[in-house]
Design a protein around this ligand. Structure first.
Ligand code: ARG
Length: 276
């Protein structure tokens, strides 16, 4: 059964500004955020997912974005080391949750920033990593070294697309959705070289977080306002499910950011553990 970690938005809000979407003068509506989060959870449940919950905590408004808790590989959770102090308090809570639920929580060496599945996504056996805005390239290299997989570090150039999962979304081991202008030229070439089938989203839909989609088998869950991407996914045999997540876009997040797949993404083919 697909298992996806979520965290209820009890203490969600815009309390600081660490990306261009966030403005303390544009507060989120608590009731509406709750409703949108519940609808996302209900949708994923209806697709057959089990949704364990992380307990929300006051003073950690971004804890709802469980994609940033860790990168999951088999039973290992490579914990985030957040770049911004405002989010660093999340990590001990994430670590405790993973430990209590049978995963091995591992920390990166000190001094390396890493923001979990927000910046590290498997497409097939290759780990694609976003760097410079939040995660460090050497953190991605370190994690890939521990796993024993190939890593393709991709430099992100637009602060609106500050995490890889805001501009790149593997949908199968050989296909991904992406927004090319979010990457430098070298990264664009690398993506084209390593992902056989690419679906580019336009700027308008990218700003609706089209790339921040949750893939469950042949189903894709995403924010509303991305009709062109929905059409292109339907042509490829995917069933799309749009659900409004505007309250979370105020913090720079959407469907994918609000979830962390614990049993392996559908697009991931994890390599066998590295010999130690
Ligand atoms: N406000 C959060 C931040 O800037 C949003 C995180 C969104 N998560 C994601 N995986 N893209 O860190």
């Amino acid at each position: 059964m697909p298992t996806i970690l979520m965290c209820p938005p009890d203490f969600y809000g815009i309390e600081y500004e660490i990306n261009p979407w966030m403005s303390r003068s544009r507060a989120s509506d608590t009731a509406l955020a709750r409703q949108q989060w519940e609808a996302l959870r209900a949708l994923l449940t209806s697709l057959g997912c089990e949704i364990p919950l992380l307990t929300p905590a006051k003073g950690l408004p971004d804890l709802v974005f469980t994609a940033n808790a860790a990168l999951i590989w088999r039973d290992v959770a490579f914990l985030s080391r957040f770049r911004h102090a405002a989010r660093q308090g999340e990590t001990p809570l994430d670590e405790a949750w993973f430990q209590q639920h049978g995963l091995t929580a591992r920390s990166l060496p000190e001094g390396m920033n890493f923001e979990g599945a927000g910046d590290a996504l498997f497409c097939g056996e290759t780990l694609f990593g976003g760097y410079i805005i939040r995660s460090d390239a050497r953190a991605l290299q370190w994690v890939a070294g521990e796993i024993g997989c190939r890593v393709i570090p991709l430099q992100l150039v637009d602060t609106h697309f500050y995490h890889l999962d805001t501009c790149f979304c593997p949908i199968s081991p050989t296909a991904a959705i992406w927004h090319p202008p979010a990457f430098d030229d070298y990264a664009q070439t690398a993506v084209r070289e390593h992902v056989p089938e690419l679906i580019a989203v336009n700027s308008h839909e990218a700003a609706r977080f089209a790339c921040n989609a949750v893939v469950v088998g042949r189903h894709v869950v995403l924010n509303t306002g991305c009709p062109q991407l929905e059409e292109r996914l339907s042509e490829r045999g995917f069933t799309t499910h749009a659900t409004p997540l505007d309250e979370f876009i105020k913090a720079g997040g959407s469907a994918k950011c609000l979830t962390l797949r614990l049993d392996g993404e559908d697009a991931a083919q994890w390599p066998a553990p590295a010999a130690t």
